[in-house]
Design a protein around this ligand. Structure first.
Ligand code: PLP
Length: 374
């Protein structure tokens, strides 16, 4: 049995430290906006190359804070991709703005800057680039398009903790950079959590207030906000795990390099890597023919292969009212039918990977067709 993600293996390594910090945090009786949060916001921002960090209750609420702080709302349009988790678009619609999809690059699965430019209208206010699977999107090209048209840029980095672009941590780029600490993420809490990073002090202050009821003081409110605060206990857990994140990221990269090699022997093209980027492999995604049959074959034999994501957002029932149809975003749709995520987590062993690959080889033989090159 090799799951897609194995949180238990990691917990076994850090159990004592986690229990100790949870105990100490509860003993301190400081549950809201305490020292663990402050320390975490500062250290995570520093490691990510940003000047300010605002803890949030999830990646979704971090995106909502970003949009609200950038004054995006009814009448505005925000461009993003159809091949992301629905949280990206939920944040846009909950702000009151309209979601406009742009297709993706076939090799990286990330937003296509030319498609962004083509989707711009006089109502466009912002673009949300998603750093999908742990590989940054083309930050430079997206920013250049946004600058030409006076748009704000948000990066959804929920899957890209510690990723780099052009040798720089990705927290340097964009108006707001949002992360999720959902348990299965590269840095995961033991519950929900998120953070919004920025290099704009004023924006950071505004997001901090918005996350805490627009407070200036306990009962003095400068604006209406939300309760989108990160919990102190989760921040304490994240502080323990953050120390290990660089090491865990290197382990993911080593696992990816091993898969790359094993797959070449199987004639499967390893995931494309943009040379300007440091990929942090939240997911290791390949493309195979007869994907659904291959996935079932693997799952039936205890290999936790997954699909991220099987249905593009423009074809989800939740967005039927947008009026899209199959074929509107052909690259994202083609990818959705072929992609397969293999087990990926820092504690994955070379033996586990050999089992995954040999079962995949059997699956390809059993399900017909050889591997497909992108
Ligand atoms: C790309 C992307 N955006 C946003 C989110 C939302 O994060 P959360 O689950 O912490 O709200 C996730 C993950 O769940 C994600 O993968």
């Amino acid at each position: 049995m090799i799951p897609l993600v194995d949180l238990k293996r990691q917990y076994a390594l850090i159990k004592d430290e986690i229990k100790q910090t949870v105990d100490q945090t509860i003993d301190s009786m400081q549950f809201i906006n305490g020292p663990q949060i402050k320390a975490f916001e500062a250290e995570f921002a520093r490691l990510s190359g940003a000047q300010h960090g605002v803890g949030a209750s999830s990646g979704t609420t971090a995106l909502q804070l970003a949009l609200k702080a950038l004054d995006i709302g009814p009448g505005d349009e925000v461009i993003t991709v159809p091949n992301t988790f629905i949280a990206t678009t939920e944040a846009i619609t909950h702000s009151g703005a309209r979601v406009i999809f742009a297709d993706v690059d076939e090799r990286t699965y990330n937003i296509d800057p030319a498609a962004v430019e083509a989707a711009i209208t006089p109502k466009t206010k912002a673009v949300i680039g998603v750093h999908l699977y742990g590989q940054p999107c083309d930050i430079m090209a997206v920013t250049a398009v946004a600058d030409r048209h006076g748009l704000k840029v948000i990066f959804d980095s929920a899957q890209a903790h510690l990723a780099e672009f052009g040798g720089e941590p990705i927290g340097r780029y964009g108006d707001v950079i949002c992360y999720s600490f959902y348990p299965g993420k590269n840095l995961g809490a033991y519950g929900d959590g998120g953070i919004a990073l920025t290099n704009d002090e004023e924006l950071g202050r505004k997001m901090f207030m918005l996350a805490d009821h627009g407070r200036l003081d306990k009962y003095e409110h400068l604006m209406e906000g939300f309760n989108f605060r990160l919990s102190e206990v989760q921040a304490a857990i994240l502080n323990v795990k953050l120390k290990y994140l660089p090491e865990w990221t290197r382990s993911r990269q080593q696992c990816a390099a091993r898969y790359d090699k094993m797959l070449t022997e199987l004639s499967i093209t390893p995931p494309y890597r943009d040379e300007r980027c440091t990929h942090v492999y939240h997911l290791y995604v390949i493309r195979v023919p007869n994907r659904d049959a291959v996935k079932s074959y693997l799952n039936e034999r205890g290999i936790g292969a997954g699909v991220h994501y099987p249905i593009c957002l423009h074809l989800q029932q939740a967005y039927a009212h947008f009026g899209h149809k199959p074929g509107d975003f052909p690259v994202a749709e083609r990818c959705a039918s072929e992609i397969l995520s293999l087990p990926m987590f820092p504690e994955l062993t070379p033996d586990d990977q050999l089992t995954v690959i040999s079962t995949l080889k059997e699956a390809l033989a059993a399900c017909g067709g050889s591997a497909q090159h992108v």
